[in-house]
Design a binder for this molecule. Structure first.
Ligand SMILES: Nc1ncnc2c1ncn2[C@@H]1O[C@H](COP(=O)(O)OP(=O)(O)OP(=O)(O)O)[C@@H](O)[C@H]1O
Ligand SMILES: [Mg+2]
Length: 321
């Protein structure tokens, strides 16, 4: 594990991150593909091939790209695609990138016009600036573009085609989430009750960022109580305060399954009853409920509570009664 600020003793969850593929838990197919790319680059003395990492938020895309840069020992420039709103900003990002990795995070947020412009730069390795009647062309450093996206459909297909590798991250098993939480506790020298790992994993919705957030919440409760060891009771207290269920459902997800108790519902009805857009429902509220089988979707789009969904709802209501 690496400490983000070498001067500072790590005390916060964000102070540490994986620094080699061996520290990245799970995602074996992605790690293997990246390791092969790194080794092939070294063998042939060539720069790394372009990689696009795809997957829902919090699964470790950014963490994997940082590890990749560490493993390649090359300079690393990170740019958030939403910060690029016009041609001048894109050119400045491309020109400021040195030889090494240029990481465009959330690359689907680049406007299609900038995506086309990026394509041309990747093909020609030059930037074209038009001023009056003349066009000036400036070479760019031989960087490798690495992209990360939660929404590959938001990318124009010729840009996707320029990535030699397109890798999709998987959700994590309980066991893997437990290991990630344990790894973070060990790196930060945080003492924990062994049962805490499984309890967090059960509520982590198969996502490291959620599991680590729960670890942080449990630790806050322990620290506030003046205790050194993070215990299951601290986690349960934190979940009670934040109204997180024993399967990790947040307030919105609990509201959603409650609305389905009397009868199946359509997406637009659910969205208006919860008070959010249908996009928020499909992108953030529903995926875990469908994946875990608590809710099922019929062929005609109706959302229905499953038997396990009904049981979990009863459990939530008995906890809050
Ligand atoms: N496989 C893993 N092993 C160890 N730590 C991990 C792993 N995956 C993610 N993490 C940690 O989980 C947290 C979230 O990961 P990260 O920020 O890389 O997710 P992301 O996919 O980039 O999310 P977003 O799409 O929201 O930007 C970070 O603290 C990261 O270090
Ligand atoms: Mg990220």
């Amino acid at each position: 594990m690496d400490f983000d600020d070498q001067e500072k003793t790590p005390t916060e969850l964000r102070d540490v991150r994986p620094s080699s593929f061996s520290h990245v838990i799970g995602q074996d197919h992605v790690k293997q593909a990246l390791q092969i790319a790194v080794d092939a680059g070294f063998q042939e003395g060539k720069r790394l091939d372009e990689v696009l990492l795809c997957g829902p938020p919090g699964l470790g895309k950014t963490a994997l790209v940082q590890v990749l840069a560490d493993e390649c020992c090359v300079p690393f420039t990170e740019v958030l695609a939403q910060s690029i709103t016009n041609a001048a900003e894109l050119n400045s990002a491309l020109l400021s990138s040195s030889e090494g990795i240029l990481f465009l995070d959330e690359i689907h947020l680049l406007h299609p016009t900038q995506q086309h412009a990026l394509l041309i730069v990747l093909d020609k390795r030059r930037i074209f600036l038009s001023g009056g009647k003349s066009v000036q062309s400036i070479p760019v450093a031989p960087f490798t573009l690495i992209g990360a996206t939660t929404d590959p459909d938001g990318l124009i297909s010729p840009l996707v085609d320029r990535f030699k590798m397109v890798l999709h991250l998987d959700y994590y098993s309980h066991d893997e989430l437990g290991k990630i939480v344990q790894q973070r506790c060990l790196a930060l020298h945080w003492e924990y009750e062994p049962e805490l790992l499984a309890e967090i994993a059960q509520r982590g919705r198969q996502t490291p960022r959620i599991a680590l957030r729960l670890l942080g919440a449990a630790r806050r409760v322990a620290v506030a109580a003046g205790e050194n060891r993070i215990e299951v009771r601290h986690l349960l207290h934190a979940c009670q305060i934040e109204r997180i269920s024993s399967r990790g459902l947040d307030n919105f997800q609990q509201k959603y399954i409650r609305l389905l108790r009397p009868a199946s519902q359509r997406l637009n009805v659910l969205a208006s009853m919860i008070g959010v857009s249908t996009k928020v429902v499909t992108a953030t509220i529903e995926p875990f409920l469908l994946r875990s089988g608590l809710v099922v979707k019929s062929d005609n789009g109706l959302r229905q509570l499953s038997q396990s969904g009904r049981e979990h709802l009863s459990e939530i209501e008995s906890e809050t009664a």
